[in-house]
Design a protein around this ligand. Structure first.
Ligand code: ADE
Length: 227
């Protein structure tokens, strides 16, 4: 898999690529690049943004800057690129990211993520230069970088060899094995902690019962737990 992230802060990803599961995936063939939008800007003095038409606070990342960055990297018209490559713009107003989308993205050979800053991208980036606009939640971050890391993390951990134990991604929250439900609770030693004991069924050695208990606890968790 090849992932390119376009950003004004490529150094943010130095930490990300050092993490164990990302390094494991890299050994298995993952290529991850963070590309500075300023490096290919056609504007003077590294300019990438501009004031919004219609007035208002903040700056907007220009569509011609994103176009130039994509053209520079892929050597083709970025509008045509969309038929070959999934290009995801991160934006608070986008489609909600979830486990199903993480699975879809993990199955792609090539992925591009566009990180906005300031007031975000000129709307034509979303409409003409991206296949998807994705949000990691209904809150506003200071830029798309953390959102891109969330999306990449959820997709990369699904790649073969990324996690230490091959099984650990199979029966986990939202997986098909659990019919899309959150994962069941886990316990380990000590058996009793401040009067709270591990459920007896887990000590029974009866795997059919343990399995049934886990599935029912997982199904109960479908409705979100609040305070
Ligand atoms: N950029 C700013 N906020 C964001 C969010 N919630 N998701 C994705 N990208 C963003």
């Amino acid at each position: 898999m090849n992932i390119d992230v376009f950003t004004l802060f490529p150094r943010w990803f130095d930490w990300f690529v050092e993490q164990r599961h990302v390094r494991n995936a890299a050994e298995g063939g993952l290529e991850f690049r963070a590309i500075d939008l300023r490096e290919s800007t056609p504007l003077r003095a590294g300019q990438v943004d501009d004031t919004p038409y219609g007035g208002g606070a903040g700056m907007v990342i220009r569509v011609d800057v994103v176009e130039a960055a994509l053209r520079d990297r892929y050597g083709m018209d970025p509008v045509e690129l969309l038929s070959r490559r999934r290009v995801i713009a991160l934006s608070a107003g986008g489609r909600a990211f979830d486990e199903a989308l993480a699975g879809e993205l993990a199955a792609e050979d090539e992925l591009t993520l566009l990180c906005g800053r300031y007031e975000g991208f000129d709307e034509r980036v979303h409409e003409q230069l991206a296949t998807d606009v994705v949000s990691i939640g209904p809150y506003v971050l200071s830029g798309g970088e953390l959102a891109a890391m969330v999306v990449c993390d959820a997709a990369i951990r699904k790649l073969p060899g990324a996690l230490g134990h091959a099984e650990s991604a199979v029966e986990e929250s939202f997986s098909a094995a659990l019919e899309g439900a959150p994962e069941y609770p886990h316990y380990t030693r000590p058996l009793e902690w401040r009067g709270h004991r591990v459920p007896e069924v887990l000590l029974s050695g009866n795997h059919a019962e343990i399995d049934a208990w886990r599935r029912s606890r997982s199904a109960e968790r479908r409705s979100p737990r609040g305070p």
